[in-house]
Design a protein around this ligand. Structure first.
Ligand SMILES: [Fe+2]
Ligand SMILES: [Fe+2]
Length: 198
Protein backbone atom coordinates (compact mmCIF):
# COMPACT_ATOMS: atom_id res chain seq x y z
CA UNK A 1 0.00 0.00 0.00
CA UNK A 2 1.42 3.41 -0.97
CA UNK A 3 1.70 5.64 2.08
CA UNK A 4 1.38 9.42 2.02
CA UNK A 5 4.55 11.47 2.18
CA UNK A 6 4.90 13.92 5.04
CA UNK A 7 6.30 17.44 4.45
CA UNK A 8 9.83 16.45 5.39
CA UNK A 9 9.85 13.59 2.92
CA UNK A 10 8.49 15.80 0.14
CA UNK A 11 11.38 18.20 0.74
CA UNK A 12 13.76 15.26 0.58
CA UNK A 13 12.36 14.33 -2.83
CA UNK A 14 12.99 17.86 -4.04
CA UNK A 15 16.51 17.56 -2.73
CA UNK A 16 17.14 14.52 -4.92
CA UNK A 17 16.00 16.43 -8.04
CA UNK A 18 18.17 19.41 -7.04
CA UNK A 19 21.15 17.16 -6.43
CA UNK A 20 20.80 15.65 -9.90
CA UNK A 21 20.62 19.12 -11.45
CA UNK A 22 23.79 20.08 -9.57
CA UNK A 23 25.64 16.94 -10.65
CA UNK A 24 24.66 17.52 -14.28
CA UNK A 25 25.90 21.10 -14.09
CA UNK A 26 29.18 19.84 -12.60
CA UNK A 27 29.51 17.50 -15.58
CA UNK A 28 29.07 20.37 -18.04
CA UNK A 29 31.81 22.26 -16.21
CA UNK A 30 34.09 19.23 -16.07
CA UNK A 31 33.57 18.71 -19.81
CA UNK A 32 34.83 22.27 -20.33
CA UNK A 33 37.95 21.36 -18.31
CA UNK A 34 38.47 18.33 -20.51
CA UNK A 35 38.06 20.47 -23.66
CA UNK A 36 40.81 22.76 -22.36
CA UNK A 37 43.04 19.79 -21.56
CA UNK A 38 42.43 18.37 -25.03
CA UNK A 39 43.43 21.67 -26.62
CA UNK A 40 46.78 21.45 -24.83
CA UNK A 41 47.06 17.76 -25.62
CA UNK A 42 46.84 18.62 -29.32
CA UNK A 43 49.58 21.22 -28.88
CA UNK A 44 51.87 18.64 -27.27
CA UNK A 45 51.10 16.11 -30.00
CA UNK A 46 52.18 18.73 -32.57
CA UNK A 47 55.37 19.43 -30.61
CA UNK A 48 54.09 22.83 -29.55
CA UNK A 49 54.50 24.23 -26.06
CA UNK A 50 51.38 23.66 -23.93
CA UNK A 51 50.21 25.99 -21.18
CA UNK A 52 51.52 24.05 -18.17
CA UNK A 53 50.19 26.58 -15.72
CA UNK A 54 46.71 26.12 -17.15
CA UNK A 55 46.97 22.32 -17.04
CA UNK A 56 48.05 22.59 -13.40
CA UNK A 57 45.15 24.93 -12.58
CA UNK A 58 42.69 22.49 -14.18
CA UNK A 59 44.06 19.58 -12.16
CA UNK A 60 44.00 21.68 -8.98
CA UNK A 61 40.32 22.43 -9.65
CA UNK A 62 39.59 18.75 -10.33
CA UNK A 63 41.25 17.85 -7.01
CA UNK A 64 39.58 20.45 -4.82
CA UNK A 65 36.14 20.23 -6.40
CA UNK A 66 35.54 17.18 -8.62
CA UNK A 67 37.43 14.65 -6.47
CA UNK A 68 36.62 16.24 -3.11
CA UNK A 69 32.98 17.30 -3.65
CA UNK A 70 31.40 16.02 -6.88
CA UNK A 71 32.45 12.38 -6.65
CA UNK A 72 31.67 11.97 -2.92
CA UNK A 73 28.19 13.46 -3.56
CA UNK A 74 27.66 10.86 -6.28
CA UNK A 75 28.88 8.08 -3.97
CA UNK A 76 26.20 9.15 -1.47
CA UNK A 77 23.56 9.37 -4.18
CA UNK A 78 24.32 5.90 -5.52
CA UNK A 79 24.45 4.42 -2.00
CA UNK A 80 21.03 5.89 -1.25
CA UNK A 81 19.63 4.68 -4.59
CA UNK A 82 20.81 1.17 -3.85
CA UNK A 83 19.23 1.24 -0.39
CA UNK A 84 15.99 2.70 -1.78
CA UNK A 85 15.54 0.32 -4.67
CA UNK A 86 17.93 -2.63 -5.06
CA UNK A 87 16.62 -3.16 -8.61
CA UNK A 88 18.45 0.06 -9.59
CA UNK A 89 21.80 -1.05 -8.22
CA UNK A 90 23.37 -2.96 -11.14
CA UNK A 91 26.98 -1.91 -11.59
CA UNK A 92 26.95 0.66 -8.80
CA UNK A 93 29.76 -1.19 -7.01
CA UNK A 94 32.08 -0.07 -9.80
CA UNK A 95 31.55 3.63 -9.16
CA UNK A 96 33.70 4.20 -6.08
CA UNK A 97 36.71 2.33 -7.54
CA UNK A 98 36.33 4.43 -10.72
CA UNK A 99 36.29 7.62 -8.65
CA UNK A 100 39.49 6.48 -6.89
CA UNK A 101 41.07 5.59 -10.24
CA UNK A 102 40.21 9.03 -11.66
CA UNK A 103 41.75 10.75 -8.62
CA UNK A 104 44.95 8.72 -9.11
CA UNK A 105 45.08 9.49 -12.86
CA UNK A 106 44.64 13.19 -12.06
CA UNK A 107 47.37 13.05 -9.42
CA UNK A 108 49.71 11.29 -11.85
CA UNK A 109 49.21 14.02 -14.43
CA UNK A 110 49.59 16.75 -11.83
CA UNK A 111 52.88 15.15 -10.71
CA UNK A 112 54.09 15.19 -14.35
CA UNK A 113 53.35 18.89 -14.67
CA UNK A 114 54.95 19.70 -11.30
CA UNK A 115 58.03 17.68 -12.27
CA UNK A 116 58.32 19.67 -15.52
CA UNK A 117 57.93 22.95 -13.60
CA UNK A 118 60.76 21.94 -11.27
CA UNK A 119 63.06 21.19 -14.21
CA UNK A 120 62.82 17.40 -14.21
CA UNK A 121 62.53 15.48 -17.46
CA UNK A 122 59.14 14.05 -18.37
CA UNK A 123 59.01 12.58 -21.85
CA UNK A 124 56.43 13.84 -24.32
CA UNK A 125 55.28 10.23 -24.73
CA UNK A 126 54.55 9.92 -21.02
CA UNK A 127 52.83 13.28 -20.77
CA UNK A 128 50.61 12.50 -23.78
CA UNK A 129 49.80 9.03 -22.38
CA UNK A 130 48.90 10.38 -18.93
CA UNK A 131 46.79 13.23 -20.32
CA UNK A 132 45.02 10.92 -22.76
CA UNK A 133 44.26 8.39 -19.99
CA UNK A 134 42.82 11.07 -17.76
CA UNK A 135 40.67 12.72 -20.43
CA UNK A 136 39.37 9.45 -21.88
CA UNK A 137 38.62 7.75 -18.56
CA UNK A 138 36.82 10.78 -17.15
CA UNK A 139 34.78 11.24 -20.35
CA UNK A 140 33.80 7.54 -20.30
CA UNK A 141 32.87 7.73 -16.64
CA UNK A 142 30.69 10.84 -17.05
CA UNK A 143 29.05 9.40 -20.11
CA UNK A 144 28.13 6.22 -18.19
CA UNK A 145 26.68 8.28 -15.35
CA UNK A 146 24.65 10.53 -17.62
CA UNK A 147 23.42 7.80 -19.93
CA UNK A 148 22.61 5.27 -17.23
CA UNK A 149 23.07 6.10 -13.53
CA UNK A 150 21.55 9.58 -13.49
CA UNK A 151 18.62 8.24 -15.50
CA UNK A 152 17.98 5.61 -12.83
CA UNK A 153 17.90 8.41 -10.24
CA UNK A 154 15.49 10.30 -12.52
CA UNK A 155 13.16 7.31 -12.23
CA UNK A 156 13.09 7.77 -8.45
CA UNK A 157 12.33 11.47 -8.85
CA UNK A 158 9.57 10.67 -11.34
CA UNK A 159 8.15 8.05 -8.95
CA UNK A 160 8.08 10.68 -6.17
CA UNK A 161 10.33 8.53 -4.05
CA UNK A 162 10.87 9.76 -0.51
CA UNK A 163 14.58 9.24 -0.91
CA UNK A 164 16.86 11.55 1.01
CA UNK A 165 20.52 12.08 0.26
CA UNK A 166 22.40 13.77 3.11
CA UNK A 167 25.07 15.86 1.43
CA UNK A 168 25.20 18.84 3.77
CA UNK A 169 28.83 18.19 4.78
CA UNK A 170 29.70 18.39 1.06
CA UNK A 171 27.76 21.55 0.44
CA UNK A 172 30.81 23.50 -0.72
CA UNK A 173 30.79 26.17 -3.38
CA UNK A 174 32.47 25.56 -6.70
CA UNK A 175 35.61 27.80 -6.66
CA UNK A 176 35.55 28.31 -10.45
CA UNK A 177 31.91 28.16 -11.60
CA UNK A 178 30.22 29.06 -8.31
CA UNK A 179 29.06 32.51 -7.14
CA UNK A 180 32.30 33.19 -5.25
CA UNK A 181 35.15 32.66 -7.66
CA UNK A 182 38.54 32.03 -6.16
CA UNK A 183 41.13 34.56 -7.25
CA UNK A 184 43.81 31.91 -7.75
CA UNK A 185 41.73 30.51 -10.64
CA UNK A 186 41.67 33.82 -12.58
CA UNK A 187 43.86 32.43 -15.39
CA UNK A 188 41.65 29.36 -15.71
CA UNK A 189 38.52 31.52 -15.81
CA UNK A 190 40.00 33.65 -18.59
CA UNK A 191 40.76 30.50 -20.61
CA UNK A 192 37.20 29.22 -20.12
CA UNK A 193 35.89 32.56 -21.38
CA UNK A 194 38.24 32.51 -24.39
CA UNK A 195 37.21 28.94 -25.21
CA UNK A 196 33.52 29.87 -25.09
CA UNK A 197 34.13 32.78 -27.46
CA UNK A 198 36.33 30.88 -29.91
FE1 LIG B 1 31.20 9.86 -10.93
FE1 LIG C 1 30.06 12.53 -12.12
Amino acid sequence: MKRCLDDREINMTILLADLLAELREDHRNMATMLDLLERDLERIRHSEEPDYELIHDILRYMTVYSDAVHHPKEDLLYGAMKAEDPSLSAGLDKVEPEHRELAILGETLRNDVEAIASGATVTRFRLVADMTDYVERLREHMSWEEGDLFRRADELVAAESAMFVAISHLDKLDPVFGPEREHSFANLLQNIKDLAES
